[in-house]
Design a protein. Structure first.
Length: 165
């Protein structure tokens, strides 16, 4: 399987990034099967990031999915359902994830289109039920959060390129 990672530089050797801000699935190395999403993410990383780096970039990896399925602890959300929403909200609020124990988490990404719903829920302006109804109208892309060094071992760097403005 091909996965993409968008950044402000080409990442050929992925690392687990600590969670310094609330991310959907917590600390990890994030990727997607959607190249367009990785390209958009590279632009947002660049916009908020390190001005020593001048590139908006996408790295392309092969993920050894079949081998990983039997060797890793994988949590996969098939849709943006109640369990996914609870997990994302806990991570976004930076609540401690007790005994998580997963090497890889796969599910929908709370992108710019979805974040107003998540923020409204976190602020108490929406109920959980109303947020779930609102999420059903969204076309969500996927994300793969590699949470352990063991999981990163199933990635092989293929190539990288700069994204034009």
């Amino acid at each position: 399987m091909i996965l993409y990672h968008g950044s402000d530089h080409i990442v050929s050797h992925p690392e687990i990034c600590p969670s310094i801000r609330g991310l959907d699935f917590g600390a990890g190395f994030y990727m997607t099967t959607d190249e367009g999403q990785a390209r958009r993410f590279s632009k947002s990383v660049y916009a908020r990031g390190n001005r020593d780096r001048e590139a908006r970039s996408v790295a392309v990896f092969v993920f050894e999915e079949n081998t990983a399925q039997t060797a890793l602890g994988i949590l996969k959300y098939e849709s943006a359902d109640a369990d996914w929403l609870d997990y994302v909200v806990r991570n976004r609020m930076m609540e401690e994830m007790v005994a998580e124990g997963y090497d890889l988490v796969i599910g929908a990404v709370a992108n710019d289109d979805v974040m107003p719903v998540i923020q409204a829920l976190m602020s108490g302006f929406l109920t959980r039920e109303a947020a779930l109804v609102a999420l059903k109208t969204k076309a969500l892309k996927d994300q793969y959060c590699f949470k352990t060094v063991k999981a990163l071992g199933f990635l092989r760097f293929m190539s990288g390129y700069e994204v034009a403005e």
